[in-house]
Design a protein around this ligand. Structure first.
Ligand code: CTP
Length: 131
């Protein structure tokens, strides 16, 4: 039977850590669905708008090999309903979230993958702004 994987993130200033987690998420099933967080959600949670708009971030993520479907994640509190809506069998998250989504173990497998070392959107923005 075909397995659907779901993962979530902002994917702003797309970098190799984003690419690697999407590649590894895809390897956990047959179909990969990615929730890309809304501009308004980022503004609420991080206090700043992403560099790239949600339309741009969706376009980039949807163009990555192995990504089958993308949608805008409007709220962090809706994870359970997104998992159900897309009939996901596996939730993949970076291990910066380790343990935080174990509650969904009743409806899907929950897998935390190690982050790619030494790169993040925040670090990139800082590095570029120092040039
Ligand atoms: N990710 C990863 N390795 C990295 C950076 C991110 O595996 N070096 C993963 C995260 O664990 C998450 C996904 O990529 O599952 C999207 O992460 P996101 O928060 O958008 O990227 P960050 O670079 O962590 O952004 P920020 O610095 O703004 O927190």
């Amino acid at each position: 039977m075909s397995r659907t994987v779901i993962t979530f993130g902002t994917f702003d200033v797309f970098h190799v850590g984003h690419l690697r987690i999407l590649e590894r998420a895809a390897s956990h099933g047959d179909r990969l669905v990615v929730g890309v967080s809304a501009d308004a959600l980022n503004l609420r949670k991080k206090g700043r708008a992403p560099v790239f708009s949600e339309a741009e971030r969706l376009a980039i993520v949807s163009a990555i090999k192995g990504v089958d479907e993308v949608f805008v994640e409007e709220s962090l509190e809706l994870k359970r309903s997104y998992i159900e809506k897309f009939s996901a069998d596996v939730l993949v998250m970076g291990d910066d979230w380790a343990g935080r989504f174990d509650e969904f173990g009743d409806i899907c497998d929950v897998v935390y993958l190690p982050r790619t070392p030494a790169i993040s959107t925040t670090a990139l923005i800082e590095k570029i702004s120092q040039v």
